[in-house]
Design a protein around this ligand. Sequence first.
Ligand SMILES: C[S@@+](CC[C@H](N)C(=O)[O-])C[C@H]1O[C@@H](n2cnc3c(N)ncnc32)[C@H](O)[C@@H]1O
Length: 240
Amino acid sequence: MVNVTQESIVSTAMFFGYLTNNDMGSAKLMLLEAAKNWKQAFVDTQRKFPHQDRGLANATTVAQLESKMWIIEELQTLKIEPKSVCILAGWYSNFLTPLLFEKMNVDFIHNFEMDNDVKEISYKFNKRYKIEKRYKCDIVNVMFDSVWKKQKIGDTNFDMIVNTSCEHMFPMRKFREINMRLSGNPIYVLQSTDDDQYDDHINCVSDPEELANQANFSELLYGGTKVLNSGMKRFMVIGR
Ligand SMILES: C[S@@+](CC[C@H](N)C(=O)[O-])C[C@H]1O[C@@H](n2cnc3c(N)ncnc32)[C@H](O)[C@@H]1O
């Protein structure tokens, strides 16, 4: 039996991505840079953060990719074009950040995480954007501390807030309460599940309506349900 290395898996995935992309110029360079970053992220994580092994495997599944591509598809359908995006509890942001930059032409992404290892690993997957100062990750427990405090003078207002980890925290109305001073009128993209078999799924919902209600939406632009490749049912709502 031949052992397939992580590098082979990543380069094969990038290859198929490249095949489906007709732009021969900047897209090719972007893919090669992404492949280098991903390879190094896998190598460094296994060496420096061996306890994150399971997390890394869980974050790089077909279901993960499917749930993040779902966001892009619905934003494109709704013709929403965010420029400055705030991601809450974005984990390594290995899929979502590149998808938002490359498929939605987003300018800037700020991920607010509470796990320091996660922050470092997210910088490895997104090294190319960090160098360009387009991707930033700060340590914040978004249920207890506001994100606007981390905004610097001159930073643009967020026009979109994404949270694909709603099942891991209090209802999103709590976030809204402690972030009243966030200016602009950002669109919220929220995902959750009814799968309560995991200890850290502390706030599952039974349908998209419950998820929208938890966030006190006054305007619902999209609500849907998808059974992912893993068998997990996920809900997504987009609104204000
Ligand atoms: C398992 S991961 C993400 C799972 C999610 N289903 C997804 O697909 O994106 C959950 C992440 O949420 C982060 N997290 C949970 N509660 C948080 C909070 N209150 N503030 C910031 N980050 C939080 C954890 O550190 C972890 O990286």
